[in-house]
Design a protein around this ligand. Structure first.
Ligand SMILES: [Zn+2]
Length: 319
């Protein structure tokens, strides 16, 4: 099983039971000293946000990636993940790398909140690394986005020196669909790869994190023009976390099909890539209400395990 329900339950249980009995001060010390649960798998993820842009009870897109049980990476920083990060109560003192799939609000709005939260658990200087797509049209490049937030004259320029000294490096990634998979991060035996995708007119990237033979792929939001690239990136992945925001046509509003890929094509993608486990996320309320129908559509082509994400779900990427 790729989803270890028992481990997830024990994580939640220990987090919530301990949190309930602690005073605010103790809780703060608890977070600073770290309480990363003992995780048996080298690579795992906590879903911080399993929803889309609607305010419908789920946080927007955000995934905390744990390497050897330690929170190291954040993939997307959508609205609401700050609260979920606190609820997960993992040690974030080594969380300094963020991979943004694209710069929509439901994927990027809480980057400042993450930086603030991270600074709250460290007296030492912090160096953040942010990866995301190049700009196009009304969308800034990721480096321009970070510049507008944190550099002199930016909205939150105070943050870089508020409690500790912060520096930020940004890598803008290609948005040309013909660009091939590239390694963007190689450190401590972790290899992260990226490829360009398209989300309507929004430049986007998908990511694959590899460690000790295990791998997790994050699709981000994508329209069907991205399918060949995602098939390439997700080849043989243990865990494929895939945006599922529309029903098969004509079940969703027509304009959404220019932005998102319906379940039948997602199933074909997962089958073509040969992924072990498909976790559907970025769930809009119509999708969340139609899980049987969506699963049936996915199953036409894909015979592996498929589940629907929930906020704070803990998933291991087992071989
Ligand atoms: Zn989205």
């Amino acid at each position: 099983m790729l989803v270890d329900r028992e481990a997830a339950a024990s994580v939640k249980k220990s987090v919530f039971l301990e949190g309930k009995d602690m005073s605010q001060k103790q809780e703060q010390e608890h977070i600073i000293s770290g309480n990363t649960p003992a995780l048996p798998d080298p690579l795992s993820v906590i879903v911080l946000g399993s929803g889309g842009p609607a305010a419908a009870g789920r946080a927007s897109s955000g995934y905390l990636v744990l390497v050897d049980g330690e929170a190291r990476f954040l993939v997307d920083a959508g609205s609401g993940i700050f609260t979920r990060l606190g609820e997960a109560q993992v040690n974030i003192s080594r969380l300094d790398t963020v991979f943004l799939t694209h710069l929509h609000i439901d994927h990027a709005a809480e980057l400042p909140s993450l930086f603030k939260a991270r600074a709250m658990v460290s007296q030492e200087a912090i160096h953040f690394s942010v990866y995301g797509p190049l700009g196009k049209g009304v969308y800034p490049s990721t480096s321009q986005f970070v510049h507008l937030l944190f550099d002199a004259g930016g909205a939150f320029a105070y943050q870089k020196s508020f409690q500790t000294t912060e520096t930020i490096s940004v890598m803008d990634l290609p948005i040309d669909l013909t660009a091939s998979v590239r390694e963007i991060y190689v450190r401590d035996n972790v290899v992260v790869q990226a490829i360009a995708t398209r989300h309507g007119d929004t430049p986007a990237n998908a990511y694959r994190i590899n460690y000790q033979g295990a791998s997790i792929v994050f699709s981000g939001d994508f329209d069907p023009s991205s399918l060949p690239n995602l098939t390439q990136l997700a080849q043989g992945a243990n865990l494929f976390i895939c945006t599922c925001d529309v029903l098969d046509p004509p079940g969703s509003p027509a304009p959404l099909y220019a932005l998102h890929t319906p379940p039948q094509q997602i199933g074909a993608l997962a089958a073509a890539a040969g992924v072990r486990f498909l976790l559907l996320s970025h769930l809009s309320p119509p999708i969340a209400r139609a899980q049987d129908q969506v699963r049936q559509s996915i199953r036409r082509a894909y015979k592996g395990e498929v589940q629907f994400a929930t906020d704070l779900m803990y998933v291991q990427a087992r071989l």
